[in-house]
Design a binder for this molecule. Structure first.
Ligand code: DAH
Length: 344
């Protein structure tokens, strides 16, 4: 009996390949899956089988029926398709053909945040300065007021190249020196730039720290730039990127390249400052390091610190993206897992 099922399956699937008209299709259908067709014939024999074989047999006939119905549907679509194509004149385009779906790419979540940053800073008069990922030790440290053996060098574990004077930048701050030297016209022009890019640190990779991440550095140099300009500018940025009521606060801090230095917190936008797991129940999220450009750094950039002053800041877009989208693990960013990337 089960052999019959196989035979019918083979015969049906072989003969449908010769079906090339709707008439032939109707004929095929009534022969195999019609009311008086072969499959129904099989169903009718169930009653003649020993009881304990009936269920298994019934299942197999059911499977055969779905298989043949599927083959029928496919053949029908093909015949319909061909009939349409026959109506076409030579050279016509068959608009009934299914289109080839084009896989759509998307922007990396960090790229999105970067673009958002760039747009806001551009609106505020800052243009983008692209600096190098591979830096000289001098620019990454010494010219930023971190001479060799300065203890603050330990704050950033560095990837060096075979040449100990060449490294992967540990922050975007070295671009400050390059921007001042390139755009400052020998310390005679004001500048306002942001410096976005990838940074690298030799760290243990965990949910909270990666060996690569992006930063957006900001730098403004002018004749009368004061701390209040820095505070106002950052507060304005926070309003534009979070919400118009975003509150910020400033905490005194230390960075070798700024004096005075401060860290900037924004009121936690997930709990409105009430305190939650993300802000560790403080009500505040740290968004930037910043300060007034240190006189030594100004001098290294070609400016006379008695005439010029400036402010600088550094922000971490990944952190902001993580907070915005509730991403728990920074390793997703550079793991190239499409299941993560496709969500953006
Ligand atoms: N470069 C610092 C870091 O990576 C961040 C920073 C702090 C940048 C203060 C600045 C600044 O421009 O003024 O930790």
């Amino acid at each position: 009996m089960s052999n019959t099922i196989e035979l019918i399956r083979e015969e049906a699937l072989a003969s449908i390949l010769d079906v090339n008209s709707s008439d032939a299709l109707v004929e095929w259908r009534s022969r195999f899956i019609g009311r008086k067709g072969a499959v129904n014939g099989l169903f009718n024999t169930i009653g003649t089988l020993p009881r304990d074989e009936r269920a298994a047999f019934g299942q197999r006939v059911n499977a055969l029926q779905s298989k043949l119905t599927e083959a029928y549907d496919k053949r029908e679509a093909l015949i319909r398709q061909r009939a349409l194509a026959m109506d076409l004149e030579d050279g016509d385009i068959d608009i009934s053909l299914p289109a080839h779906p084009r896989p759509k790419g998307g922007l990396h979540p960090s790229t999105r945040t970067h673009r958002e940053f760039q747009k806001i800073w551009a609106d505020m008069g800052f243009h983008v300065y692209q600096s190098f990922d591979v830096e000289e030790d001098d620019f990454n440290f010494t010219l930023l007021n971190l001479p060799p053996h300065h203890p603050a060098r330990d704050m950033q574990d560095t990837f060096y190249t075979a040449n100990p004077k060449v490294l992967l930048r540990t922050h975007t701050s070295p671009g400050q020196i390059r921007a001042m030297r390139e755009l400052g016209a020998g310390g005679s022009q004001p500048i306002r730039v942001i410096l976005p890019g990838m940074c690298y640190r030799q760290e243990q990779v965990t949910a909270r720290s990666e060996i690569q991440f992006t930063q957006v550095e900001g730098l403004a140099i002018g004749r009368n730039i004061r701390m209040s300009d820095l505070k106002g500018t950052i507060a304005e940025f926070a309003k534009r990127i979070y919400n118009p009521n975003a509150k910020v606060r400033y905490r005194a801090s230390y960075f070798p390249f700024t004096e005075p230095s401060m860290e900037v917190d924004v009121e936690c936008f997930l709990c409105d400052g009430e305190g939650c797991r993300v802000c560790k129940y403080t009500g505040w999220l740290e968004i930037a390091g910043s300060g007034m450009v240190h006189p030594t750094v100004l001098r290294n950039g070609g400016y006379d610190p008695n005439v010029w002053s400036g402010f600088a800041f550094g922000m971490g877009p990944e952190r902001i993206t993580m907070l915005k989208h509730g991403i728990q693990d920074i390793r997703y960013f550079w793991g190239n897992d499409l299941r993560f990337l496709k969500q953006f």
